[in-house]
Design a protein around this ligand. Structure first.
Ligand code: SF4
Length: 95
């Protein structure tokens, strides 16, 4: 019986890891773990939780992300961001 429980625990970790690695579910997961208050909208996540950095990555930048709110905010992250920044939630704006 201990092997069954060990396997169940291992499978649970794999499922959680795969869910966290996917786009929208990653946002939900991060929000549940580190949501911070926003005064004007729904709670947003801390920049560090999404791996935000003030520089682009591999040609991707906040200005080209669907969550970018000009001039310096994000639909998901708390605080000001740079249009040249990037985080793990990046997704291209629709054409
Ligand atoms: S990449 Fe997108 S989701 Fe991430 S901080 Fe920039 S605008 Fe927000």
């Amino acid at each position: 019986m201990p092997d069954v429980f060990a396997r169940m625990q291992f499978n649970r970790r794999r499922v959680l890891a795969s869910l966290i690695g996917s786009g929208p579910l990653a946002a939900l997961s991060i929000g549940g773990a580190a949501a911070v208050g926003g005064s004007d909208t729904a709670p947003k996540v801390a920049q560090s939780s999404a791996g935000y950095r003030p520089a682009p990555r591999e040609g991707q930048a906040c200005a080209g992300c669907y969550a970018f709110v000009a001039p310096d905010h994000c639909k998901f992250l708390a605080g000001e961001i740079s249009p040249s920044g990037w985080c793990r939630l990046w997704k291209a704006k629709p054409d």
